[in-house]
Ligand binder design. Structure first.
Ligand SMILES: [Zn+2]
Length: 157
């Protein structure tokens, strides 16, 4: 969903506007100059028309109230479901049991790539907010959830 056009929210008049993200700044119709790099992008696309309709939709929702606005912000923070990696992570994030979650992640990585490295696992775990990659590897090796066919290469059992 990365694109060169994005939807940002003006900090002064609280209106959504479309901006060409190749530019450093954008001027809102209220006169406020927005520093694009520092701003949250609520929608991104290479298609200017899609961005324009996202702006219209957002401004309509903004007038509707903050609750809808929050829901919309949440929506845009969800991972891209076309990416198998993100899909696997978002599936795993719905599980509350951490062992089940780990198993789903390592099985997902094995399905997607055949095997995985510490870096691959770190990437997936980071998306889930888990920092202790080495501890996870150690534990999963010990519990025979994964095995290490070659040094530094892991597979789900
Ligand atoms: Zn403005």
């Amino acid at each position: 969903m990365d694109g060169m056009y994005g939807v940002v929210l003006c900090s002064r008049c609280r209106k959504a506007m479309g901006a060409d993200l190749r530019n450093e700044t954008a001027s809102c119709q209220c006169g406020n100059v927005l520093k694009l790099k520092e701003m949250k992008k609520f929608f991104e696309s290479t298609d200017q028309r899609e961005v324009a309709s996202a702006v219209a939709r957002m401004n309509a929702e903004l007038e509707g109230g903050t609750e809808e606005w929050e829901a919309l912000a949440e929506e845009s923070a969800k991972p891209d479901v076309d990416d198998p990696y993100s899909r696997m992570v978002s599936e795993a994030s719905t599980l509350t049991d951490s062992q089940e979650r780990m198993e789903l992640v390592v099985r997902g990585l094995t399905d997607i790539q055949g095997s995985f490295t510490r870096d691959d696992l770190q990437k997936a775990l980071r998306m889930l907010g888990v920092k202790e990659v080495d501890k996870c590897l150690e534990l999963m090796l010990r519990e025979s959830i994964i095995y290490e066919p070659e040094t530094g290469v892991f597979r789900a059992v």
